[in-house]
Design a protein around this ligand. Structure first.
Ligand SMILES: NC(=O)c1ccc[n+]([C@@H]2O[C@H](COP(=O)([O-])OP(=O)(O)OC[C@H]3O[C@@H](n4cnc5c(N)ncnc54)[C@H](O)[C@@H]3O)[C@@H](O)[C@H]2O)c1
Length: 254
């Protein structure tokens, strides 16, 4: 996929690891300046240091509107403004719904859904100031259909898809595009944590599930390419959409 982010100023939440980290690396390689933000401040600082002069770190818990506002300030002070907001931070719970506590459910919703909502709200004034921009929300195929053990997670990602659509419509006049990315299983620590409980739930080795449903595991770089495309002018007529990366999982009944 071709995209060019030369001169773009971006924030990526949850960028100390996994998909956020791969996205930060690609953005910088394509010419963007990036605020590498994460709850894990040391991890964010390490990634930013590796990426060089066009990356700065910010400690940011996406459940805090104040922390997100401070992260936007870092972009404005460091790079002179903001063109791209990637609401990537998210967590999983791998448990049957009836064993999930109310506190666990609410905490996951707070990070995955409220965090995305607050990320959109924090970014919009700076994006408007820049004359428009792009917001990319990390949803999941779990936002399109159900999967065992992922009840709270599926509910949260379904909400992220709907939030994306509403934000796209409401922000169209301001020249802000808003899209969601919906990956299937991608090779990150999140999937490592889910493998054992998932195998127990479906009674099948994880590798066999992957082979049957999506052919193979996806890579963080493949997801980063999609985010970079949506952030760029190559996606200039694209807003309010879901971009699925799943090796055909959602398409196939068998
Ligand atoms: N890996 C997959 O297969 C997959 C598939 C679909 C969607 N996703 C989504 O992609 C996003 C990234 O997932 P990943 O696989 O890279 O996960 P990961 O666990 O490897 O990395 C997540 C990062 O988010 C950070 N984080 C967690 N809570 C945070 C908070 N409250 N505020 C700020 N940062 C926080 C963590 O410190 C970590 O650096 C998530 O939204 C996830 O739901 C992942």
């Amino acid at each position: 996929m071709i995209s060019d982010l030369q001169g773009r100023r971006a924030i990526i939440t949850g960028a100390a690891a996994g998909l956020g980290r791969a996205t930060a690396e690609l953005f910088v390689a394509q010419g963007a300046s990036v605020v590498v933000s994460d709850l894990d401040g040391d991890g964010a600082a390490k990634v930013a240091a590796e990426l060089g002069d066009r990356a700065v770190a910010a400690v940011c818990d996406v459940t805090s509107a104040d922390a997100l506002a401070a992260t936007v300030d870092v972009a404005v002070k460091s790079f002179g403004g903001l063109d791209v907001m990637v609401n990537n931070a998210g967590v999983e719970i791998g448990k049957p719904l009836v064993e999930t506590t109310e506190e666990e459910f609410e905490q996951l919703m707070r990070i995955n859904v409220t965090g995305t909502f607050l990320g959109i709200k924090a970014a919009v004034p700076a994006l408007v100031e820049a004359g428009g921009g792009s917001i990319v929300n990390m949803a999941s195929v779990a936002g399109i259909g159900g999967a065992p053990l992922l009840g709270a997670y599926c509910a949260s990602k379904g909400a992220v898809v709907r939030l994306t659509e509403v934000a796209a419509i409401e922000l169209k006049a301001a020249g802000i595009r808003v899209n969601a990315v919906c990956p299937a299983f991608i090779d990150t620590a999140m999937v490592d944590r889910l493998t054992t409980p998932f195998e127990a739930a479906v009674g099948m080795p994880f590798g066999e599930v992957l082979k049957l449903k999506q052919g193979r595991i996806g890579t963080a770089d493949e997801v980063a390419e999609m985010v970079a495309f949506l952030a760029s002018d190559d996606a200039s007529f694209t807003t309010g959409s879901q971009y699925v990366l799943d090796g055909g999982l959602v398409a196939g009944l068998l």
